[in-house]
Design a protein around this ligand. Structure first.
Ligand SMILES: O=C1C[C@@](O)(C(=O)O)C[C@@H](O)[C@@H]1O
Length: 205
């Protein structure tokens, strides 16, 4: 059993929010830049390079921002040039070509569950990703889907459901990342990152 990497998700609404990274005691801090009115310059993130995971979440997959695919492609390409880790949706990769090797390739299912064939195709296509991440709503059969994803190499998986302890428990089936919150959840089912760390430290000490 492997200890998941704890990702603390931070909505970035101002430059000041980015400066909080050093005070957050998680393995990674997800910078949810889709909350930002104006995107920071990638160079402003460079000094936090070893601690951050940058996410510019599409609206169709739970994001809150309003930016074009071309603007997102240009921004992610600059991050790739600087060696900054980022998340990119598999659905975005169908529309625009950006680097996905050693990045987080994600898929979020709110209104339906993925088929096994879709899951197989994601892991086959993006086998060189840092991790392939699948988040599913608690629709009928969601646990069976997550159990199937847990059999894949290099997988990150999570339920977007009511009980945060369920997300933590299922992550122990081998999820590479465990997403948590700092001040307020960016999705259903997140634990506070300090609480998650405390529980994982008990299990893996
Ligand atoms: O994709 C994910 C996972 C997530 O949706 C979750 O369910 O914790 C939270 C998002 O901030 C992150 O980008």
């Amino acid at each position: 059993m492997f200890k998941p990497i704890v990702v603390a998700s931070l909505p970035v609404r101002s430059r000041e929010d980015i400066k909080r990274v050093d005070e957050i005691e998680s393995d990674l801090v997800e910078l949810r830049l889709d909350y930002a009115k104006d995107l920071p310059e990638p160079e402003e993130i460079l000094s936090y390079k070893n601690k951050v995971l940058v996410t510019l979440r599409d609206r169709g997959e739970g994001g809150v921002g309003d930016f074009s695919d071309d603007k997102k492609k240009a921004f992610l390409s600059k991050l790739a040039d600087l060696g900054i880790l980022y998340d990119v949706e598999a659905s975005f990769l169908m529309r625009r070509e950006v680097e996905f090797r050693e990045k987080v390739v994600s898929a979020h299912y709110f209104d339906r569950l993925p088929t096994r064939e879709e899951i197989d195709a994601l892991f086959r296509t993006y086998s060189q990703a840092f991790t392939v991440k699948i988040a599913v709503s608690d629709l009928p059969g969601y646990r069976e889907v997550l159990a199937y994803v847990s059999t894949k190499q290099n997988a990150t998986f999570m339920p977007m459901s009511q009980d945060p302890l369920e997300r933590l428990a299922l992550s122990l089936l081998g999820s590479k990342l465990l997403y948590t919150y700092i001040d307020s959840p960016t999705a259903r089912g997140q634990l506070n990152y300090l609480e998650a760390k405390r529980i994982l430290d008990c299990i893996f000490k």
